[in-house]
Ligand binder design. Structure first.
Ligand code: BGC
Length: 779
């Protein structure tokens, strides 16, 4: 791998000749003075990262990202003579991703693997997410990183997207609120975030080139709304544009997206960076150094920082400056935003990282956060299970090799992962040792082979499912005699650069179905219970097998303390209070985007058409009467709650309306409840989903008999839809129904209010001109 320092050398010769005059310094002199003192080469250096190693001979870099913080994803370009240091950017959404060890250094640099994004969102607990953000942000700062490349909040458009685990929900309100809490937490530590991937990056198949055809309404209501909330409620330091195209143009080169909407309409003040190597159609073009003038389009559109940065791009910008294709004003604007980011950074402020974040304390936090994100999908009296005198039978390779998080840039290099086996043992449970003796060596062998494969394939290696151990019938029968209770773990993993498939990934594989069947029949014959733990990053099929087991606990990918967290919930130490942030369909074919995923042609998708429009997730299932296996917002508890006293501030809407409801714990153990507020609009002139989530909140830990009254406020925009031919958010007049639910189908109380006349809530700039005509789904 050749690293070329050409541009650095060029800079030495480009310094202006009046070396006597004191040079302006960043932070001491006005920023515009610093910009005036920069040469063209330096400006071009600044709007680009310093490169990255290991991506093929022809991609040249001018710096070394492995310098200050090995394993970070990128650096900005330093201009030392003007007091401009390089700052460090590192992934990712489940915690800081850096190399855990360094050459000739006895110290370790492990970071905490927190629960994946989906697990965090399933808590519906904004203050908890903010606390996780604080802990992550602290690790970022103490390890000398300036910007965390997270959170990621693309919509779960389709359950097969390989990165759904990094994302939060099929619903933009949940996504936006959770993202804002995360940004506020991370940034409270004085480090930055990069809210990604902006926008409509809803699949990994051909992610660098696929053209997503999306209507302006679906963009604004579904795919942008979460980003809008995050920007308005947390003003992140940076945003990362996505790889894909929308309506014929790379998002990283779309002025309507990055300037008109993001900055002018939403008032975003920070910097936009590209995703790594975005805008060139894929690795092949990159390796051939096959550049179009995209880099100029990117800078002009408001994508200020091109990551990770390549020499060919630098040359292209310099040529464009000379030819007048890129104006100096535009470049200066981009440079200014880069400098403003650097000014905020801990590195610029000379913060001395300790390299010693409090990993013990953060392990405790991730353990707690994971328990709160777990969703109890089914419980026929099997849980909680706290008998420590009897034996538990642990089935499934994943029980012995727990999955803390997904693969790729969303992965974290943590010091350890607690398996379910260890978690249960730590909690004092007795485990069937015959099974343990069979599973442990079998899983260890699979794991070491898989680790080797992944090491060889690098960061973009895709996850593979471990085949189940083929247990003899007698072994299962014996386990059912010896043990009191069975646990089967089903595992799934995935990551960037690849989507999941239906067979053996969304659907259970035959060996898994067989395991569930044989364990259930052996245990049920003896009136013993069977619990399934789902250690998955995304939705799987559940309808065909759920009746065969007594309880299902969706543990997600719960971070490094996973096994301990599951044990806390199984044993009843923690009462589960997570709820689904996405629908679990009966069959994959029930998904509204199923026939348009991953696009056409199917084996090499160039185009993907969002024909389902705004009818994504529960908006579709509810409106079109398709019954799911588990609905959006669903999740059980070990206790029960009663809802009462729904009050709407006023019968007539004016500016806003306050809604309050009382929730009482009517069961025998303490618990928390997620309260969801849905609105159904009159839908006379605008087609609308049957109902849409507009607000949510969570009770404190309610003791048996205890109640809490919760209040949320609905504002004009919560009633509005985006009307394309008016380029406006419009709330139509009529009666609106507010429904308070324990899930999207379990509505506890409803009431209405009247909007006496139509309101134009916001006028917008025309955006996302269609490059393909298609008919959108309508009820
Ligand atoms: C991913 C981003 C990540 C970046 C840097 C890209 O492949 O899509 O999410 O932040 O790499 O590692």
């Amino acid at each position: 791998m050749k690293i070329v320092y050409a541009a650095t050398v060029a800079l030495l010769f480009a310094i202006p000749s009046n070396a006597q005059a004191p040079l302006p310094q960043l932070g001491k002199d006005p920023i515009d003075k610093v910009i005036d003192a920069l040469t063209d080469e330096e400006k071009v250096g600044l709007v680009m990262g310093t490169g990255i190693k290991g991506f093929g001979e022809k991609i040249e870099a001018v710096g070394d990202v492995d310098g200050r913080v090995p394993g970070a994803a990128g650096n900005t370009f330093p201009v030392t003579r003007l007091g401009i240091p390089s700052i460090v950017l590192a992934d990712g959404p489940a915690g800081l991703r850096i190399s855990p060890t360094r050459k000739d250094d006895p110290n370790t640099y492990y970071a905490t693997a927190f629960p994946v994004g989906t697990a965090l969102a399933s808590t519906w607990n904004l203050s908890l997410v903010e606390n996780v953000g604080k802990a992550m942000g602290n690790e970022v700062k103490e390890y000398g990183v300036d910007v965390l490349l997270a959170p990621a909040l693309n919509i779960h458009r389709n359950p097969l997207c390989g990165r759904n685990f990094e994302y939060y929900s099929e619903d933009p309100i949940v996504s936006g609120k959770i993202a804002a809490a995360m940004v506020n937490g991370v940034e409270s530590q004085g480090v930055g975030t990069s809210v990604k991937h902006f926008a409509a990056n809803n699949q990994e198949n051909n992610r660098m080139s696929v053209n997503a055809h999306v209507s302006e309404r679906a963009m604004r209501e579904i795919y942008l709304r979460g980003f809008e909330i995050a920007v308005k409620e947390s003003q992140p330091w940076t945003i990362m544009s996505s790889y894909n195209k929308v309506d014929g143009q790379y998002t990283s080169a779309r002025k309507d997206l990055l300037t008109d909407i993001l900055r002018d309409e939403w008032d975003f003040k920070g910097l936009v960076m590209s995703d790594w190597f975005a805008g060139y159609g894929g690795w092949k073009d990159l390796k051939d150094n096959n550049f179009s003038s995209d880099v100029v389009a990117q800078l002009s559109a408001g994508n200020d920082l091109i990551m990770p940065g390549m020499n060919a791009q630098r040359k292209a910008i310099l040529v464009a400056l000379k030819d007048g294709k890129l104006s100096r004003e535009t470049l200066d604007k981009n440079v200014k935003r880069v400098l403003e980011l650097i000014l905020e950074s801990p590195h610029f402020k000379k913060y001395k990282p300790s390299n010693k974040p409090n990993l013990k304390q953060n392990a405790q936090l991730t353990r707690e956060a994971a328990t709160e994100g777990m969703v109890l999908l089914k419980n026929d009296g099997a849980l909680p299970y706290s008998d420590k005198t009897k034996q538990l039978a642990l089935f499934g390779t994943t029980s012995y090799n727990f999955i803390s998080g997904g693969t790729g840039s969303g992965d974290v290099n943590e010091a350890y992962t607690i398996s379910l086996l260890d978690g249960l043992k730590n909690a004092g449970f007795k485990i069937n040792s015959d099974l343990e003796k069979l599973y442990v060596p079998y899983t260890a062998d699979l794991k070491s082979k898989d680790d080797e494969r992944r090491k060889k394939e690098g960061i973009l290696a895709l996850a593979k499912r471990f085949p189940e151990l083929q247990l003899e019938r007698d072994a299962i029968e014996k386990a059912a005699i010896d043990s009191d209770f069975a646990i089967i773990t089903i595992g799934r993993n995935s990551g960037e650069n690849g989507d999941r498939i239906v067979s053996e990934d969304f659907d259970l594989a035959d060996d898994e179905q067989h395991l569930i069947n044989s364990v259930s029949s052996a245990f049920h014959k003896r009136s013993k219970k069977v619990v399934v733990i789902l250690n998955v990053g995304g939705v799987i099929e559940s309808a065909s097998w759920k009746d065969r087991v007594d309880a299902i606990l969706l543990a997600w990918q719960p971070g490094q303390e996973g096994g301990n967290s599951v044990a806390d919930v199984l044993s009843g130490k923690v009462n589960p209070s997570g709820k689904l942030t996405m629908t679990w369909p009966v069959a994959y074919t029930d998904v509204s985007s199923a026939k348009n995923f991953p696009g056409t042609p199917e084996n090499d998708p160039q185009d993907v058409t969002y024909e389902e429009g705004i009818y994504v997730g529960y908006r579709y299932y509810q409106t079109f009467g398709v019954k799911p296996s588990y609905e959006f917002g669903f999740g059980k508890s070990y206790t029960s709650f009663e809802y009462s006293n729904l009050k709407i501030g006023s019968k007539t809407f004016k500016d806003n309306v306050k809604v309050s409801v009382t929730v009482k714990n009517t069961g025998k153990i303490a618990g928390k409840e997620v309260v969801q507020l849905y609105v159904s609009a009159p839908s006379k002139t605008i087609d609308k989903p049957k109902m849409e989530l507009k607000a949510f909140t969570k009770t404190k830990l309610l003791k048996p008999g205890e109640s809490e009254t919760l209040t949320v406020t609905l504002r004009e925009k919560d009633l509005a839809s985006f009307v394309e031919n008016k380029s406006a958010w419009v709330a139509e007049k009529g009666i609106y129904t507010v429904s308070i639910g324990a899930s999207s189908s379990d509505i506890k109380q409803s009431a209405g209010f009247d909007l006496p006349s139509e309101i134009t809530v916001e006028k917008t700039t025309k955006a996302f001109a269609q490059d393909k005509s298609f008919t959108e789904l309508r009820p």
